[in-house]
Design a protein around this ligand. Structure first.
Ligand SMILES: [Zn+2]
Length: 380
């Protein structure tokens, strides 16, 4: 496909799976029963995503507690929390509807992932008949596990960051080894880093540049050839049909974001107020040579928080408009975010997770069809 199109990662978990997670947390079912439901949901995700015509698919992260916490806990309620962690860490984000999501807190070293994305991918790969993508979490998110100000006894911050980078690099490398054709790094904290929300202290610490530097410490361990298939996802959040940082101007993020030496970027844009202005910024700041790779810019053409399915015609129009600012050979299409980054997600605007799941596949179909229309219009 001349204009590449790729999803971010997650899909709404079926109500049946969400019930099983709750039953597992309360001890009513064992892990084997939960794993069976996860397997069924992954298989269904891969099959239905394939039926949309998408050239690359994912298992919808049906086994993950969330896009951010999969390496360190089995469930969002904290069942199976990894060693050296306590439940009461920093808020990762406070969303516009008032709900929040909290990270665990590191209590000592060494920091190790308990689960790698490849552990999930290995189980899902046999179901796939098309190339698979895998999303992983950025080290810049997990660095928030370490206390904001204090040093931990016997485990200095720099030792933690060094361990974290090792684990994050291993996560990416193992995902490729397990069969991922593409690996994208979730970087939702990037935009939030410029929010300065007094209820959430880390957002006021101007951490964006150190986030970027930390992520590059990992990305730069990969060759240019490998980085062609390593992406970055940016968004203003997407949980319970709400966002956390849509009010932060992209102009605060994009110039820094494109200094990461990744080969492609999956960017929320469908729900942006002034898309054309952001297309221009993307065109200005993305690089055709990021240490040997051209940065391909996947613009968001689907809004997972809105139950109305986009018309393929609208998708095509967005891409054609974007092509005035972003070189055609570096243009792609994506969804604004994962459809359900957190395993427990009520989807209030959608009414139910099962309905949201049906809608998600319709939206992916619209993205694929609209991208094909754009290719024809752009003579690709
Ligand atoms: Zn996102």
């Amino acid at each position: 496909m001349p204009i590449p199109t790729e999803n971010v990662g997650s899909l709404p978990r079926p109500a049946r799976l969400q019930e099983a997670i709750a039953a597992y947390d309360s001890g009513d079912i064992g892990f084997d029963e939960l794993a069976e439901r996860q397997d069924a949901a992954c298989r269904d995700s891969i099959e239905r995503m394939g039926a949309t015509g998408a050239p690359i698919v994912s298992d919808g992260e049906q086994r993950a507690s969330s896009f951010a916490t999969y390496p360190i806990t089995d469930t969002l309620a904290g069942t199976g929390l990894a060693d050296n962690l306590a439940a009461d860490g920093q808020y990762f984000a406070i969303f516009d509807d008032g709900h929040h999501r909290q990270l665990p807190r590191l209590t000592g070293g060494p920091f190790r992932y308990k689960t790698f994305a490849s552990d999930y991918l290995t189980k899902s790969a046999p179901y796939a008949t098309r190339p698979l993508k895998q999303a992983v979490i950025a080290p810049s998110m997990l660095c928030l596990l370490y206390p904001l100000d204090d040093e931990l006894d016997g485990y200095p911050r720099e030792q933690f960051l060094s361990d974290l980078c090792d684990e994050a690099a291993k996560d990416i490398r193992q995902a490729f080894a397990a069969g991922a054709a593409r690996v994208s790094i979730d970087f939702t904290e990037g935009r939030l880093a410029s929010k300065n929300d007094p209820r959430n202290p880390w957002t006021g610490r101007r951490m964006l540049e150190q986030f970027i530097e930390l992520n590059n410490r990992v990305i730069d361990r990969f060759s240019a050839q490998e980085r062609v298939n390593i992406g970055i996802h940016t968004c203003p959040g997407g949980d319970m049909d709400s966002v956390h940082s849509a009010d932060v101007d992209y102009a605060e993020l994009l110039p820094s974001m494109f200094t990461m030496n990744a080969g492609y970027f999956l960017m929320q844009l469908a729900s942006e107020q002034d898309k054309e202005r952001v297309y221009r910024l993307v065109g200005e700041h993305s690089r055709d040579d990021a240490n040997g790779v051209a940065q391909v810019c996947f613009i968001g053409v689907i809004d997972p928080l809105n139950p109305t399915v986009e018309a393929p015609e609208q998708v095509a129009e967005d891409l054609v408009t974007a092509s005035r600012y972003i070189p055609k050979e570096r243009l792609g299409s994506t969804d604004d975010c994962g459809f359900s980054p957190f395993s427990i997600d009520d989807k209030p605007k959608h009414g139910s997770p099962d309905f949201a799941r049906d809608v998600a596949f319709q939206k992916i179909t619209a993205r694929v069809q609209g991208t094909q229309i754009a290719e024809e219009r752009l003579g690709l």
